[in-house]
Design a protein around this ligand. Structure first.
Ligand SMILES: Cc1cc2nc3c(=O)[nH]c(=O)nc-3n(C[C@H](O)[C@H](O)[C@H](O)COP(=O)(O)OP(=O)(O)OC[C@H]3O[C@@H](n4cnc5c(N)ncnc54)[C@H](O)[C@@H]3O)c2cc1C
Length: 448
């Protein structure tokens, strides 16, 4: 029997957090065994997208980005590389009072495993990831390639682009986000993302433009019965505040408020004014001066509807697998990017350890390791997101009172999640097969 060879030509769809971290991690794990490894990442945008505002990275996300060399690149960017977040402080918009904090430091003020949180603009994170990928010899990133479908054969998988060209790989990894074409056109046809009913309204505001002093140290979540308003510095010099309202928004309103390329000036102006009014009408009774100012400001709020991918669907075929949001987009908490990074690192480690096994076993081992964690995280995210829905007076008060209790009762689970290290997690052992050589190679690797 021909020995099974690990994939040598790998196609990744999507140059987001999952796609680039997957390319970096596979290169790191597999290159020692596959010297002529070739990883090509196909991204639908022509250039890096500048939209999306800022993202909070948890200690575990930072640890994994450090492993991939991305954190060092972010640090090299100086102030633009993001603001350290010691804690997300919670406040009641009604009373203006503090109601607790999610701490990213322990009792001695140290981060978990050496890492705190970090709020960074998405574009800065993308640039840092691209920079590391570009100097990695066996990774190539091709922009302007939108996948619209694919096909699988016994020895290869093919992805098809909207310009009628194709790319062929021994292994195809769909990292193309919540609306993944690899998922909906290929792996799990028809498993479309569904709107959660909640949206982000985001803006970036110059700190200098505010007359009242911000009430938070680095990051705050300000809650009300009409939703929450996140306000956080997103650069090391605290020159800019990233503000994001998390609010209930009807599906019908989404189309009315969507800013699109090619819209005339009048329409864009009308949408911007309407979004400002949405923010004002929901939070006008806020009792926190700096938030009140942001709400009344002329900031340009952008609408980001939040979608999720129903759990329980297929993640893989014979030569194609989904990672990151493409497989399991959930209502975002601070952990969502960390899940994409965990996926990338765990999958790459399994791919290298199971290099003499068929891909079906690689996929199987990965699913065995990931499914329960993801299903649990999905349910937890849904539960937390429900708290941002519109509430009556009494329910709103109850939410405030219960908040500090929730924060305290989840502290242990949060800190355990932040201590997670995908590089140390024990991998399942390949099942004994006729090819005992592969099992032996696996066991030898483990003991080295
Ligand atoms: C409003 C909002 C706020 C969030 N805030 C946070 C936060 O603070 N912290 C956190 O951890 N997480 C946050 N998340 C979640 C986090 O952004 C995602 O979990 C993470 O980006 C997932 O990474 P990904 O690479 O799987 O997908 P994406 O980041 O969506 O990347 C997918 C990539 O694939 C490309 N692509 C898509 N379709 C195709 C195609 N057909 N062909 C080729 N390329 C394609 C896209 O252009 C993109 O580059 C937030 C999400 C939202 C919506």
């Amino acid at each position: 029997m021909e020995p099974i060879r690990p994939p040598q030509n790998i196609v990744i769809v999507g140059a987001g957090i999952a796609g680039i971290s997957c390319a970096l991690s596979i290169s790191r794990e597999l290159t020692p065994f596959v010297p002529d490894l070739k990883i090509t990442v196909y991204e639908r945008h022509d250039v890096l997208s500048t939209s999306g505002g800022a993202i909070n990275l948890t200690p575990v996300a930072q640890r994994h980005l450090a492993l991939l060399g991305v954190l060092a690149e972010l640090d090299r960017m100086g102030p633009e590389g993001g603001a350290d977040v010691d804690a997300i402080e919670l406040f009641s918009m009604r009373s203006g009072r503090g109601i607790g904090a999610i701490n990213f430091t322990d009792n001695q003020g140290k981060g978990f495993g050496g890492y705190k949180g970090r709020r960074v603009m998405r574009i800065a994170l993308s640039v840092a990831m691209m920079t590391v990928a570009e100097r990695t010899q066996n990774i190539e990133i091709v922009f302007g390639k939108k996948v619209v479908g694919g096909e699988e054969f016994a020895d290869r998988a093919v992805v098809k682009f909207d310009d009628s060209t194709e790319a062929v790989g021994d292994l195809v990894i769909g990292c193309d986000g919540v609306h993944s074409a690899v998922r909906t056109q290929f792996v799990d046809v028809g498993r479309s993302a569904e709107y959660t009913g909640l949206s982000f309204l985001q803006a970036t505001i110059d700190t200098d433009s505010l007359t009242s002093r911000p009430h938070f140290r680095t990051s705050s979540l300000n809650i009300s019965r009409h939703g929450s308003m996140l306000a956080s510095y997103c650069d090391r010099d605290n020159e800019q505040i990233f503000a994001a309202a998390i609010v209930q928004f009807s599906r019908e309103a989404l189309t009315r408020y969507r800013l699109q390329p090619g819209q005339d000036w009048g329409t864009q102006h009308r949408i911007r004014a309407a979004l400002r009014e949405e923010i004002r009408s929901r939070f006008r009774k806020c009792n926190i001066p700096c938030i009140k100012e942001m709400i009344e400001s002329k900031a340009d709020w952008m609408l980001y509807p939040v979608y999720q991918v129903p759990i329980g669907g297929r993640w893989c075929m014979n030569r194609v697998i989904l990672l990151g949001d493409a497989a399991h987009a959930m209502p975002p908490r601070d952990e969502s990017a960390a899940y994409a990074l965990d996926d990338a690192i765990l999958f790459s480690r399994i791919l290298a350890s199971y290099r003499s096994e068929p891909l079906a076993e690689v996929f199987d081992a990965y699913e065995t390791l990931r499914r329960d964690t993801i299903n649990h995280a999905f349910k937890e995210s849904r539960r937390m997101w429900e708290r941002n829905r519109e509430m009556g007076l009494l329910e709103g008060r109850l939410k405030e009172w219960m908040m500090s209790f929730h924060i305290k009762s989840n502290e242990h689970a949060r800190e355990t999640a932040w201590a997670f290290d995908a590089t140390k997690m024990a991998l399942p052992t390949p099942a004994p097969s006729e090819d005992l050589v592969s099992l032996n190679s696996f066991l030898r690797d483990r003991t080295l």
